[in-house]
Design a protein around this ligand. Structure first.
Ligand code: 3PG
Length: 398
């Protein structure tokens, strides 16, 4: 159901679940991509004369108010971007929330304080979540689910509240689902997937699914060392999930059986320690010296990966190739991003998923327009690529 299905919204209170889980340095937002991505829905509702009440989380507070996770910086930034003051309620559904909502004029937007300050938000007990959802529902006449990054969470403000009010998917959620579906349903081939990030264990489900869907799987980032170890290579003191080596061996065998090409780096940038200025050198991927740790894929691998992307028609990318936050270890991620931009210019449909890869694209100075779709979802986009049913989406279809 889309926002149109909610009818005339003038003067109506609309509760919107957004994903404002943005990276912060103290109280400074270092990447406001998720806030900007929420603007189309919020502006549309405000322009329609709705009284917009936004609920969102930030970080993983322990279920009680914690100033370091306050949404105050988000309210300020959202206000700047919307061109109107955005009031921040001091609580989630209490006196302050009720009075902020009562004070809204048509077309105004307000934000409730971090919904995870209330332990019921993430409770495993249905009754507890439902109780919070009822309190949220009392603040509104309709619900719009637009926090794509949280639709994989069965939480009160994402899942339970949708059953209590006329509910619809927001424009961001629609755009995300439509874009990701191009990769999950009958992708145009060759379909190449680049996976990075630190842990194999975070990506087990998606790898299993991709072994039946993708044509090529390019692996980099910290997780690659578990692949190299599974091939019998020593990885020095690089990140290694020893308990996943057997699973990865199984994946390599299955890939061969299914005709899926697994592309691993041939060279690695190995450093003496995990630091921006650590001494480092490029070494063959099958000969990482003891006492050194791989912090990026090497230049030969960057070129290899870009070559494997060049003729792809569908590309999904999740996870950086190295520690791109440190200049010395950003080249691999840059090479993959450039390869995807070039393939996109040549006609591929490309999706960048996962908070880290999206942040990397922006931090490395790439123009977002060079990619077909930059997802705001981390876990959510992975779970869609994995072929899972997402509770926050399923509840909107019912
Ligand atoms: C994210 O950052 O991926 C989303 O905001 C979800 O956050 P969570 O993993 O803490 O639920």
């Amino acid at each position: 159901k889309t926002i149109d299905s909610l009818g005339d919204l003038r003067g109506k209170r609309v509760l919107v679940r957004s994903d404002f889980n943005v990276p912060l340095d103290g109280t400074t937002i270092t990447d406001d991509g998720r806030i900007r991505a929420a603007l189309p829905t919020l502006s549309r509702l405000a322009d329609a004369g709705a009284r917009v009440v936004v609920t969102a989380h930030l970080g993983r507070p322990k279920g009680s108010p914690d100033p370091q996770y306050s949404l105050a910086p988000v309210a300020a930034r959202l206000g700047e971007l919307l061109g109107q003051d955005v009031a921040l309620a001091e609580d989630v559904t209490g006196d302050s929330a009720r009075s902020v909502v009562d004070g809204l004029a048509d077309g105004q937007v307000a934000l409730l304080e971090n919904v995870r300050f209330d332990a019921r938000e993430t409770s495993k007990a249905d009754a507890e979540r439902e109780e919070l959802a009822r309190e949220l529902a009392e603040l509104a006449d309709a619900f719009v689910s637009d926090g794509f990054g949280v639709v994989h969470r069965k939480q009160a403000s994402v899942y339970d509240v949708a059953a209590l009010l006329p509910a619809a998917a927001g424009d961001l959620v629609l755009k995300e689902v439509e874009s990701l579906s191009r990769a999950t349903t009958d992708p145009e081939r060759p379909y190449a997937v680049v996976l990075g990030g630190s842990k194999v264990s975070d990506k087990l489900g998606v790898i299993e699914n991709l072994l039946t869907k993708a044509d090529r799987l390019l692996i980099g980032g910290g997780m690659v060392f578990t692949f190299l170890a599974a091939q019998g290579h020593s990885v020095g003191s690089s990140l290694l999930e020893a308990d996943q080596v057997e699973a990865v061996k199984g994946y390599l065998a299955q890939a061969e059986q299914n005709g899926v090409e697994i592309v691993l780096p041939t060279d690695i940038v190995a450093a003496d320690s995990f630091a921006a200025d650590a001494p480092h050198r490029t070494v063959p991927a099958d000969a990482i010296p003891d006492g050194t740790m791989g912090l990026d894929i090497g230049p030969e691998s960057g070129a290899l990966f870009a070559g494997k992307l060049a003729d792809a028609k569908t590309i999904a990318w999740n996870g950086p190739m190295g520690v791109f936050e440190f200049d010395a270890f950003a080249a691999g991620t840059r090479a993959v991003a450039q390869g995807i931009v070039d393939a996109t210019a040549a006609g591929a449909f490309s999706i960048v998923g996962g908070g880290d890869s999206a942040a990397a694209v922006r931090a490395l100075g790439f123009d977002e327009a060079g990619f077909s779709h930059i997802s705001t979802g981390g876990g959510a986009s992975l779970e869609l690529l994995e072929g899972k049913e997402l509770p926050g989406l399923a509840v909107l279809e019912d």
